[in-house]
Design a protein around this ligand. Sequence first.
Ligand SMILES: NC(=O)c1ccc[n+]([C@@H]2O[C@H](COP(=O)([O-])OP(=O)(O)OC[C@H]3O[C@@H](n4cnc5c(N)ncnc54)[C@H](O)[C@@H]3O)[C@@H](O)[C@H]2O)c1
Length: 338
Amino acid sequence: MSFAKPASHGATGRDGTLRVGVIGAGVMGSNHGRVLAGLPNVELVGILDPLPEHRTRAIDLIGCPTFANLDELLEKGLDAVTIAAPTHLHHEISLACIARGIHVLVEKPIASTVEEGREIVAAARAANVTLMVGHVERFNPAVAAVKQAIKGEDILSIAITRVGPFPPRMSNVGVVIDLAVHDIDLIRWFTESDIIDVQPQLSSAVAEREDIALLQFRTASGVLAHINTNWLTPFKARSVTVATRGKYVSGDLLTRQVTECFGFQPDGSYSMRHLPVGHDEPLRAELIAFVDAVRSGAVPAVTGEEGVASLEIATQCLETPAKPTANASRKGPRRVAG
Ligand SMILES: NC(=O)c1ccc[n+]([C@@H]2O[C@H](COP(=O)([O-])OP(=O)(O)OC[C@H]3O[C@@H](n4cnc5c(N)ncnc54)[C@H](O)[C@@H]3O)[C@@H](O)[C@H]2O)c1
């Protein structure tokens, strides 16, 4: 593979303005465009989407130029792009941008397959291009507060719940790739350790793909972790609890309330306090981190390698066969006799 121009870090626009394009004007891409349009020293050059109605919506919402194909957008001269097209297109679009020396933030998951993800990482490295993956939950202030609270602690276990109703638009992936990949990334980030053991339980109660997943993990550092995710809960819930030898930290990622229990006494008593949590919009914090990494050439907050590692674990969850047990099946739960 050849690369048209070696990437440079910094900005090419007048007054040091970073020229950024957004690829995909769906739910996430519209948000990328809205946030980028408001960042200082960033010029939102335009948003690309093949669908005329999505381009019209982007014009109405953001008031920026829109484009119908990739070449049209790239011809405008860009320093960086954010890619929020459907996941199966991440590979092709990332490689096309990297080949032009353009820095890339690609939405999670990095690609449809681990192999494709690795190719994106290799191409970015060869072209000296910044590659960041949009694991936006790391920028949720409640998650940041949990991470801060467990700094230097001896982590024992992590439990994460991410449940809710079916999304309005079903993509061709199930809950593991769509939702659990967020939490696999958080487990790796909290523990700063690789996941070495995967024990998934999956079920498809309504959808073709898995819509319930209970996933258990062990990290190389010995932490046990658990993810409970589904599309069958009538309301959204997102929570993280981390048990360490000295603390029990729990965070609600939606209300952003984070508490820690500490000072455990032999008589069973302990202290509890609410932790300070910031107010940043996670996507804004993520895009600022990307822009800063592009300008400085520093390692981005979520590297391509980390994106691939999380996708690899999610893929393992789908490939690990369930242990057969009598009367058990992955195809839907049984009715309780009434
Ligand atoms: N970080 C998060 O929390 C989060 C949340 C939702 C989605 N995502 C990810 O963002 C990506 C997009 O998801 P979404 O929910 O916005 O989907 P979406 O279907 O709302 O939007 C995708 C858009 O891409 C457009 N598109 C199709 N082909 C294209 C092409 N060749 N070039 C450019 N655009 C093209 C579609 O017309 C559509 O407007 C997915 O990878 C998804 O996994 C991340």
